[in-house]
Design a protein around this ligand. Structure first.
Ligand code: CA
Length: 418
């Protein structure tokens, strides 16, 4: 499908992240105003809450956008998701009859502050990128034992904290924690010295389930995707992770990009998972292409300096799709709810510059990276701003995600010092 033209001129550029083909959903406010639901179109946001109040959008007898979160739309199910996309396309397409009614409801993105686009019910994070698992496993256990014996059979995950998920632009405070390095004879209480990012995609569950579902059903249940940065305290993680996995190392914050890119917008970019190295059991087998060809990158900007790109990779490098992860998550009976967020796991490619964490890029701090501005980094320093970017390239158009940005602030004074 080529670029769909809009009467909002900025949406028609082949490189713009928000053409009519995209229509991602967010929550925004302007100075002095309350947060509202909106859809990005070019450089503008259409106020969906106002469009519904004025009868330009009609989906249900009761309003769906009176609360500034997209959960209510998700609860209506896939037929209503499709109806909204159709109505928005009609309102914003070149030659739209209703243009004179819609135009007053546009707000420049430059004047808007973005908020959490949906209420996160629960947050689960996976470890499903093979290059990442191989790199980390090689560092910690050597190349022969890099992949745990279950890794090629199930997508490994852990239950995170929904309360720690924040929207792009939220500052992240360096945490304190209990640390014990390999050469320390006892643990100590200190600020994290190895604070890191993880470049991930987040899948949002839009349809609930209560018990096992197939991979195909799981794919149908996903509403959309965001970029996700799973901030990670590597020194806290190294001491705590055995035997039950990460805990406080991942509890500081998880940032997501502000716009939910719907599965409908990503349809043209579907692709297969990489070749299976061992056959999966039937309940986790691929049922068609359920990954997406999305270019991803990470930039780092020291305080007051220009940003340097430190990694480039692609979502198609994942070994397991979000549909496989969701299907696996539901196997033992855990209900999945509208607004559940599933982190893909860190996305690294096979090459050195394709690694999605500083742990891998600096090989555990042994090979610091040099930024374009001359600074070197093994891990994040105070004042650094980390940005994740994502874009799928179509035929004369781009499906962008909106940046996922976070600045790291210095640790507070010792919270337990008297
Ligand atoms: Ca992670």
């Amino acid at each position: 499908m080529p670029l769909m033209k809009s009467w909002v001129d900025s949406a028609n550029s082949p490189d713009h992240p928000f053409p009519l083909n995209n229509l991602p959903y967010g929550v925004f406010s302007t100075e002095g105003g309350e947060p509202r639901c909106g859809v990005a179109i070019g450089d503008m946001i259409l106020d969906v809450t106002a469009a519904e109040a004025e009868g330009l959008i009609a989906l249900s007898d009761a309003p769906l956008f009176d609360v500034p979160l997209w959960n209510e739309l998700m609860e209506e199910g896939p037929a209503v998701w499709a109806a909204l996309r159709e109505q928005l396309t009609m309102l914003l397409a070149e030659g739209a009859e209703a243009r004179h009614k819609v135009e007053p409801l546009l707000v420049p993105q430059a004047d808007a502050q973005m908020h959490m686009p949906f209420a996160v019910s629960e947050f689960t994070d996976f470890y499903a990128g093979k290059h990442h698992a191989m790199n980390v496993g090689t560092m910690f256990r050597g190349p022969e034992n890099a992949l745990p014996p279950n890794w090629l059979h199930i997508p490994i995950g852990y239950n995170g904290r929904a309360s720690s998920v924040v929207v792009s632009g939220t500052d992240v405070r360096r945490p304190w924690g209990q640390l014990k390095g390999p050469n320390d004879n006892k643990p100590r209480w200190a600020p994290c010295a190895r604070f890191d990012i993880e470049l991930e995609m987040g899948a949002i569950v839009g349809t609930p389930s209560d018990g096992p579902i197939t991979v195909q059903e799981a794919d149908d249940h996903i509403f959309g995707y965001v970029l996700l940065n799973d901030w990670s305290a590597r020194d806290i993680q190294a001491w705590e992770y055995q035997p039950l996995g990460p805990f406080q190392a991942k509890a500081t914050a998880t940032s997501i990009s502000p716009w939910i890119v719907t599965k409908a917008a990503l349809e043209p970019f579907r692709c297969d998972t990489p070749e299976r190295e061992v056959e999966l059991l039937d309940h986790l087998k691929d049922r068609g292409p359920m990954l997406y060809d999305i270019d991803l990158s990470v930039t780092m900007a020291p305080e007051g300096k220009e940003a340097s790109t430190i990694a480039r990779t692609n979502y198609k490098e994942m070994y397991y799709s979000s549909a496989q992860q969701l299907a696996h998550h539901a196997t033992a009976g855990s209900p999945m709810n509208v607004g559940d967020l599933l982190g893909s796991g860190t996305i690294s490619g096979p090459e050195k510059h394709e690694r999605g964490s500083l742990l891998e890029l600096s090989w555990g701090g042994k090979e610091p990276i040099t930024l374009e501005t001359g600074e070197t980094r093994s891990f994040i320093e105070d004042g650094d701003t980390l940005t994740l970017k994502g874009a799928a390239k179509g035929d004369g158009y781009t499906i962008g995600f909106g940046d996922c940005v976070g600045k790291v602030l210095p640790a507070l004074d010792d919270p337990f010092a008297r």
